[in-house]
Each structure stands twice: as structure tokens, then as C-alpha cells.
Design a protein around this ligand. Structure first.
Ligand SMILES: [Zn+2]
Length: 282
């Protein structure tokens, strides 16, 4: 169990399990001879990726950042990625029921980030977290709805359209606060409107940076994923992020790291990026 405190907030990682991604796609233009030292691939060139959600308990509310893959993948998608579908049982084992969640924040709408937003009940789609308000960027939803050839496979409309239709999901326009100490900030690159979630309490801060820096193996500026729609923007956004996170000692939370869900990322004397895992996280 990975748990830590941040001022008045308690942060706990809940995983939806591990899934497999093609190592080449995961590391973009980086040669395999370099990335396989950090993340070994199997015979099919698959690497194991994590699906880390964060539960944030503030003194007043319970917030879930990201909802994994869920259990609604088609047979074809299931064959490609697997469907671990562990989030609800892991939440339950941690004493958290779906009714406890007040707010759900999706950084973007790729299927591996919002899968448990909804459940299929018979022929109907229902919210998994019935009492929660859900948030995502409006621009991300517009992009998802347009179904571009390049990335329409990444979007499953049952994860969000029913929530938008019912008014349970709110569409945000740019950077803004969600609750006291919890805000979102758009970092373009992976998609144009992917938002990070910034947590601030008691003079400390953490950031769920999502697919801008998906694992501790992606901390160098040029180590981006082939999935990124705007790779040059990914580099600029990473620079901007480190410009705030390093001097202010932000804890960086990694969405797809199977081993280290969070770390302090610093630049060492040689100019290399280094991730220092959180020592008190257990
Ligand atoms: Zn993504």
C-alpha cells in the first residue's frame, strides 16, 4: 500500500492493476537498447504498465484522481491490452466504497484513465461513483468526440458521454481550482488539453502529472511516448512543469509506473534527471 500525507491531505495509491503496452510505443523515439535497461520487455516487446489512481482525503471530501481501464473493453481491446479491472476491489479492500467518492477528476479521456467512470448495468451505463461530481477539460471531450483516425481507438464514449448528458460530469475551460488546495492545470503534449492535478496543503505540494511523465523512466525531457499527439509540446510542458516542481519540491505522481507511483524528480550535477522514490511510502 502506498500512502503518504501532504499537510492536511492523505494520499493513497489505488491501482486498477497492470496492463501491457508495446515498449516501442511507450518510449517513442528512444532506442530499445536504451529503454529496455529501465523497463524490460517480454518476447512480444510488451512492457508492464501500472494504472495508478490516487485517493485524496481532505478534511472535508474524498477525491479520486483517474479511474483506470475499468471493465468495459471490447474483446479486441481486451486482447491487445488485457483488462485487469482491479480498482473497485482494491478500493474496497482499503475500506472505500463507491458512495464515499465526492469528486472524480480525469486528466484526459483515454480509455486507460477513465474506464471506471461508469459501469454497464444490463443494457444501461451507470455512474460507478453515484454521488461524485466528475471533471475533465471541455477541449479534451471535443477532441474525443471528433473521432480522429489517429487516436479514436483511445476513446470509449461510454466512459464519459452518459455522465455529460446527465450533468454529472462538468467540462472545464482551462486551469482552475476544484476544491480548496486542489486545482487543475493544462499541460499540452500528450493531448492538447490533458490536465494535471495539483494538490497543495500545509505548505507542501504534489502533482498528478498523468501522461506528460507516465513513469519514472520518462523523466528526461525527450523520453516521451509515441502516443503523444504533440511531442514538441510535451518537451515544452515538461520544462514548464520542472520549472515549478523542482524549486518548490513538488512530489510527482506517476500514472503508469508499475513500481514507483511517486517520487521527487530533480536535476543532478550532470544535468540528468533523477527520481528519488518516497522513502516513507509503504
Ligand atoms: Zn493517455
Amino acid at each position: 500500500m502506498h500512502r503518504t500525507t501532504l499537510g492536511d491531505f492523505e494520499l493513497t495509491i489505488f491501482s486498477d492493476g497492470l496492463y501491457h503496452l508495446d515498449g516501442g510505443a511507450f518510449f517513442g523515439v528512444i532506442p530499445k537498447t536504451m529503454w529496455e535497461k529501465k523497463m524490460p520487455a517480454d518476447q512480444q516487446n510488451h512492457v508492464s504498465a501500472g494504472l495508478n489512481s490516487v485517493l485524496v482525503r481532505t478534511p472535508k471530501q474524498t477525491v479520486l484522481i483517474e479511474t483506470g481501464i475499468g471493465n468495459k473493453l471490447s474483446e479486441k481491446m481486451f486482447k491487445i491490452y488485457g483488462q485487469p479491472a482491479k480498482l473497485l476491489e482494491n478500493l474496497s479492500a482499503g475500506g472505500v466504497s463507491p458512495d464515499d467518492i465526492d469528486v472524480v477528476i480525469n486528466t484526459h479521456l483515454h480509455f486507460d484513465h477513465c474506464g471506471w467512470n461508469t459501469l454497464r448495468r444490463g443494457h444501461k451505463i451507470a455512474p460507478t461513483f453515484p454521488k461524485a461530481k466528475y471533471y475533465v477539460q471541455e477541449g479534451e471531450w471535443h477532441h474525443a468526440s471528433r473521432q480522429f483516425e489517429r487516436d479514436r481507438i483511445s476513446y470509449i464514449s461510454d466512459n464519459y458521454d452518459p455522465l455529460i448528458e446527465s450533468g454529472q460530469m462538468q467540462l472545464l475551460k482551462g486551469d482552475q481550482p476544484i476544491l480548496p488546495g486542489i486545482s487543475v492545470k493544462v499541460f499540452p503534449g500528450h493531448t492538447a488539453h490533458m490536465q494535471a492535478v495539483i494538490l497543495q496543503s500545509g505548505g507542501r505540494a504534489a502533482c498528478y502529472i498523468s501522461d506528460l511523465i507516465p513513469t519514472s523512466a520518462h523523466i528526461e525531457l525527450t523520453w516521451g511516448m509515441a502516443f503523444d499527439l504533440f511531442p514538441v509540446d510535451t518537451i515544452e510542458s515538461k520544462k514548464q512543469y520542472y520549472g515549478e516542481s523542482i524549486p518548490n519540491k513538488w512530489l510527482t505522481i506517476f500514472t503508469h509506473d508499475p513500481r514507483f507511483p511517486w517520487a521527487y524528480v530533480n536535476r543532478n550535477a550532470d544535468g540528468r534527471m533523477v527520481a528519488e522514490p518516497l522513502s516513507n511510502s509503504k
